[in-house]
Design a protein around this ligand. Structure first.
Ligand code: PAF
Length: 279
């Protein structure tokens, strides 16, 4: 595994990969790596000739300076995980490489960006989309891997890749969970002891809803039951619980289309998001 710090180094690797007809796979991250990222990197290594991860804490996608300050910075551990996952390169840019002086452009997702997480975190998806487009242009991968845990992020990326004709295949990778079901997230470390104990209930409620879902006669009841359980959590407040079209994320009850149930709950310091593709 080699650490790359400059755009020129990435350009040389890309030129060589084209000359050798090698497929480049890319995993963008903000560090604080856990087993969910490890899975993305393993899938990327398996499916590409050259695998590249990036570690860049993108200030533009945080809603407040305090949220950005709280974000864990664990670069030495992160590089050890990248080595263990056998990625070929890690791009570790300086902030001034990504946002040089005078930088004044942003990518703003359309309707997909204002729903759910977009409503609670104004500007978040614009910051995310801007950095992902930049990283795509710097790395120029053939295929890029994103976790399905951030379902809305993945849907937005698929949308702008199609809308902007970016020649990159986007692959969603299944959520990796703790043994008790809690979806892995860099933010789980900010849960209090009590919140950590109750947090797996969130996934259980979504999973139970998914199990009940095929019985459409009971859809209303299933929604009411899930809402009652989510609203009854002791240490979290319900932010949203919605059934939506998997591609557009517009709320939907049309069971002839692929649907997903999405939810978010708020703890004292941290919000948890999770989802289940409905079967
Ligand atoms: O999912 C993340 O970690 C970030 O949103 C991403 C895609 C690396 C962009 O900063």
């Amino acid at each position: 595994m080699r650490v790359l710090r400059s755009i020129d180094e990435l350009r040389s690797i890309r030129a060589l990969s084209i000359a050798n007809a090698q497929k480049v796979g890319f995993v963008p991250t903000m560090g604080a790596l856990h087993l969910g990222h490890a899975e993305l990197m393993k899938v990327a290594s398996d499916q590409s000739d050259i695998s590249i991860a990036s570690i860049f804490i993108n200030p533009k996608q945080f809603n407040s300076a305090s949220d950005l300050a709280k974000y864990p910075r664990t670069v030495d551990d992160d590089l050890a995980i990248c080595t263990a996952c056998e990625v070929d390169y890690v791009y570790l840019p300086e902030i001034s490489d990504v946002y040089p002086e005078g930088f004044d452009t942003s990518i703003t997702p359309g309707s997909l960006g204002s729903l759910f997480e977009g409503a609670s975190r104004p500007g978040h998806f614009s910051g995310m989309a801007t950095v992902v487009v930049k990283l795509f242009n710097i790395v120029q991968p053939d295929i890029a891997f994103f976790g399905k845990k951030d379902y809305q992020q993945l849907a937005i990326i698929r949308r702008f890749v199609a809308d902007l004709n970016l020649p990159i295949q986007i692959q969603g990778v299944e959520t990796i969970r703790e043994i008790d079901g809690l979806a892995l997230s860099s933010r789980n470390a900010q849960l209090t002891k009590e919140e950590r104990i109750e947090a797996p209930r969130f996934f259980e409620i979504l999973k139970t809803f998914n199990r009940t879902f095929p019985n459409t006669d009971n859809l209303k009841d299933a929604i009411a039951t899930a809402l009652k359980h989510l609203q009854g959590l002791d240490h979290f407040q319900l932010d949203y619980f919605e059934i939506a079209d998997q591609a557009t994320l517009q709320p939907s009850r049309d069971i002839s289309k692929p649907l997903v149930v999405l939810g978010a709950i708020l703890g004292s310091q941290v919000r948890l998001i999770d989802n289940q593709e409905l079967q």
